[in-house]
Write a protein that binds this ligand. Structure first.
Ligand SMILES: O=P(O)(O)OC[C@H]1O[C@H](OP(=O)(O)OP(=O)(O)O)[C@H](O)[C@@H]1O
Ligand SMILES: O=c1[nH]c(=O)c2nc[nH]c2[nH]1
Ligand SMILES: [Mg+2]
Length: 169
């Protein structure tokens, strides 16, 4: 179902996503040293793999949360799997030394739930919308609140009709 509040489109190709995730890793490389990554599934799995490869991080944990059950409309947040206590208690506990990664922050509700589990972690997303910006420590590209980001794993090839009518016919 189309959400009229998000009527602009920001399509992201695999190449763009890889480049922007590498840019995120580059920025994070000067912002701290992390013992583990926690990725927020499912969208966080892809940038987490790229960042882990760039920063040489081998301990990767998931927190499994779903909220946009109906395309473009956020429903009740469900924590399907919490963070392993061994990861929460690394270093000084409460998520210190942990990098939490997601593909984007929109309203910030998803990250707010994870922040309650890991208050001392560092939060990073590839993309951010203005309402969610205060919830993240590091992000790469901001888009307006009325934009829907289309990720490459949700898309497929499709014929695009020309803008104008063909003059021959
Ligand atoms: O800032 P928010 O308004 O909370 O929205 C952002 C979250 O929404 C999407 O996940 P979704 O719940 O759709 O699940 P998915 O990652 O499995 O696609 C996205 O991947 C973020 O995790
Ligand atoms: O694919 C997505 N694009 C978005 O813009 C968005 N916002 C919340 N959840 C989202 N998922
Ligand atoms: Mg998600």
């Amino acid at each position: 179902m189309e959400n009229p509040a998000q009527n602009k489109a920001f399509p992201v190709s695999w190449d763009m996503f890889h480049r922007d995730s590498r840019a995120l890793a580059w920025r994070l490389s000067s912002e701290g040293e992390w013992k583990a990554i926690v990725c927020i599934t499912r969208g966080g799995l892809v940038p987490a793999g790229i960042v882990a490869r760039e920063l040489g991080i081998r301990t990767i944990e998931t927190v499994c949360i779903a909220s946009y059950h109906d395309y473009e409309n956020q429903g009740e947040l469900k924590v399907i799997k919490p963070v392993d206590p061994k990861v929460v208690d690394l270093e000084a506990g409460e998520g210190s030394g942990v990098l939490v990664i997601d593909d984007l922050v929109d309203t910030g509700k998803t990250i707010k739930v994870v922040r309650e589990m890991l208050p001392k972690a560092h939060y990073a997303t590839v993309y951010a919308k203005p309402v969610g910006v205060p919830m993240v420590d590091t992000f790469i590209t901001e888009v307006s609140q009325d934009t829907w980001i289309y990720f490459p794993w949700d898309m497929g090839w499709q014929f695009q009709p020309p803008l104008a009518k063909d003059s021959a016919g």
